[in-house]
Write a protein that binds this ligand. Structure first.
Ligand code: ZN
Ligand code: ZN
Length: 676
């Protein structure tokens, strides 16, 4: 469709509904020549202005309108794209402008579809494709990869098959870009045979189609089929390797993925990010950081995507130095701190116990999405700063940011950690009435936790029995934790039994039930739980603490002698404990899971993984340095009181992040106020 056949609509009528400042009569005409500018000048203007600021783009928009070039589809389409890609990245503006394009041609439609996809509005892509067909605009080979991708994302299987029929009808099925997108789509629906037909139908296929098929097999966890196809490929490219590596990692086959990775002589940025991201998604943070260090040595420049995922790893193992390095790298390279990267930084700083730095990043972010607010609120909640979390929530409302369900999980857990019972109940009630968000099981879990921690065990149990959705194990778990804390053995036993049956594979459930018995000295019952664990073949989850030292993550397990410095660590621990005993510390032996002799118990306690990590920290850092530890389970009462005392006796700040919250030990006190 050529631009000459378009429309007679005048510029004036097309702009009547545009924002006030874009109407021609409101424009400053000083610098704008009224004569016709050549199309190329206009396009150059748009392409330079769209990257600077929305304000400049609006000026360029005005020039487009004044010069009459809005009738030119090439210009109008570019304008749509510019709004979508502008620094404030406003899809609504792009849609508005698109709405005024007189009878858009395929070029304009394609840009619109692509803009929607880039803005993660896959449903809109499918919708606009439909509008496009209804408007009798003939899609071309650039249309379909975008539409297939949107169908993939939205899981629109019926629509996807229909769209494929259009492709065949239009005779575009030989196009390899469309083919590879179709393979991806069919594979994502689990229709592997249909996807495979594209490779086997004897028509031209490029390596991208093959790679898409490998990717598809791996997404369906058909690792053998993927491997077979990969091995049979004559001309593999780096993308083939990348598809294998990232797919294998996603299937949890880290050894195979790593082997392939190590074998590759030429790696690109995607190769590195595939393995790093795979490790992170699988919870192998230590390995992810190791590969990231290798990447630095290879002098590969990480892109934002990799940086965000490495920050996630840093957050999870409290590798503050490495996280800080990334922050400095971002600054040094003047990288644009977008919402994703900024939020990753906030999360990292908050989880490494540096709320001050998290605040700084948050305040300096130009674009904040709801997840940025959630990260900051969640960070405050984790550190027990409920007042600040709630204040930030109100600020969020004032700035017309709509809270989502994760925001409320943050607020409710802030209330729980701070023991703000009334406020928490009020928030739960207001969620639906004021914000239209139906409380989900996580929200109820927070409130059960809130009531339980504060000692309202009966109320917590009542909430569980009256909540409109089926309580999950996390909800019961919150109540069980409260029973342990408040020594309600009768309820604890009951809830513990429910939980053990609900999640028979989860060793933590047995441990908590057993601890409840141990607290009461009911060793027979402890033994029964232990027998059950054995009978059912449950693998117990060992407590692991990690500490990051100069970019290397050190891991400690209870009673583990594998660390090269094991002797020094134990010696240091004994020194520490002796000193603590002089200050009146006596190990609380009821915390050990099983009935063993008192003396033995004391030894076992001494070597809980966080104590080993603290001793290691003492050996390797200067006096006065803050020690940061991450533990995969809850901190036990004994370790908690020992660490409090250590922070006072040795004048060290110690930050321990356990599975549920933060403990900032300082001068004999903990930020959790012994409430965890
Ligand atoms: Zn402990
Ligand atoms: Zn604490």
């Amino acid at each position: 469709m050529s631009t000459a056949t378009t429309t007679t609509t005048t510029t004036t009528t097309t702009t009547t509904n545009l924002p006030h400042n874009l109407k021609p009569e409101n424009l400053s005409t000083s610098n704008i020549p009224t004569s016709q500018l050549p199309q190329k000048t206009i396009l150059d203007l748009l392409n330079t202005k769209c990257t600077t600021s929305l304000h400049h783009l609006k000026q360029a928009h005005a020039v487009v309108l004044k010069s009459g070039h809005f009738q030119d589809h090439y210009v109008a389409g570019t304008l749509v794209k510019c709004y979508a890609n502008s620094p404030s990245s406003n899809l609504d503006f792009a849609l508005k402008v698109f709405h005024y394009v007189p009878r858009p041609n395929v070029f304009v439609w394609n840009l619109m579809l692509k803009s929607c996809l880039d803005h993660n509005e896959a449903f809109k892509v499918v919708y606009f494709y439909y509008k496009m067909v209804v408007a009798n605009s003939r899609p071309n080979k650039f249309t379909y990869p975008v539409v297939f991708k949107a169908c993939t994302i939205t899981g629109a299987d019926k629509e996807g098959v229909q769209v494929h029929a259009h492709v065949v009808k239009l005779g575009l099925h030989g196009d390899v870009h469309i083919k590879s997108a179709a393979i991806q789509m069919y594979a994502s629906f689990g229709l592997l045979m249909e996807a495979r037909q594209f490779l086997d139908d004897g028509q031209e296929c490029d390596v991208i189609c093959w790679n898409a098929m490998i990717d598809g097999y791996l997404k369906c966890e058909e690792t053998e089929a993927a491997k077979e196809l990969f091995d049979s490929m004559v001309d593999k490219n780096i993308g083939s390797y990348n598809a294998m590596i990232s797919g294998l990692a996603k299937c949890g086959r880290f050894d195979k993925a790593r082997k392939l990775f190590d074998e590759m002589s030429d790696k690109d940025e995607i190769t590195w990010s595939s393995i790093i991201d795979g490790y992170i998604k699988g919870g192998y943070y230590k390995e992810a950081l190791e590969v990231f260090n290798l990447m630095q040595k290879d002098k590969i420049r990480p892109r934002k995507f990799v940086l965000s995922s490495v920050l996630c790893a840093c957050a999870n193992v409290a590798a503050l130095d490495q996280g800080r390095w990334i922050h400095a790298y971002v600054k040094r390279n003047s990288m644009n701190l977008d919402a994703v990267l900024g939020t990753a930084l906030i999360d990292m700083y908050a989880k490494c116990g540096r709320l001050d730095m998290a605040w700084e990043v948050f305040e300096n972010m130009k674009v904040k999405e709801v997840f940025s607010w959630n990260a900051m609120i969640g960070g405050l909640a984790m550190h027990g700063q409920a007042g600040d979390a709630i204040e930030l929530f109100f600020k969020m409302l004032r700035e017309r940011m709509r809270p989502d369900k994760i925001t409320f999980v943050g607020i409710l857990s802030a209330c729980a950690h701070a023991g703000m019972v009334d406020r928490g109940l009020e928030v739960l009630n207001n969620m639906k009435t004021t914000f239209g968000i139906e409380p989900e099981v996580e929200h109820y879990g927070c409130v059960v936790d809130l009531l339980g921690r504060a000692g309202f065990l009966a109320e917590a149990e009542k909430l569980i029995s009256t909540m409109p959705i089926e309580p999950n194990a996390a909800v019961w778990g919150a109540l069980l934790g409260a029973c342990k804390k408040h020594r309600n053995i009768e309820l604890g036993e009951r809830v513990g039994k429910i939980l053990v049956e609900m999640e028979p594979e989860n060793s933590g459930r047995y441990a908590l039930l057993s601890n409840i018995y141990a607290n009461e000295g009911r060793w027979d019952d402890v033994a029964k739980v232990r027998k059950l664990i054995k009978e059912r073949g449950i693998k117990t989850n060992p407590g692991i603490s990690t500490i990051d030292l100069d970019g290397i993550v050190h891991e400690f397990k209870m009673g583990d002698g594998s660390h090269p410095l094991v002797k020094e660590i134990h010696l240091m621990l004994e020194k520490i404990i002796d000193k603590l005993k002089m200050e009146g510390y006596s190990p609380n032996a009821s915390q050990v899971l099983f009935d063993i002799e008192e003396e033995e118990k004391e030894t076992a306690l001494k070597y809980h993984s966080e104590k080993l990590a603290i001793a290691f920290g003492f050996i390797n850092t200067n006096p006065g340095t803050t020690i940061r530890i991450v533990k995969n389970l809850r901190v036990c009462e004994d370790c908690h009181s020992a660490t409090k005392l250590i922070s006072k006796v040795f004048e060290r700040d110690i930050i321990v992040r356990d599975r549920v919250r933060y403990h900032h030990f300082k001068n004999g006190k903990c930020s959790c106020n012994d409430f965890w």
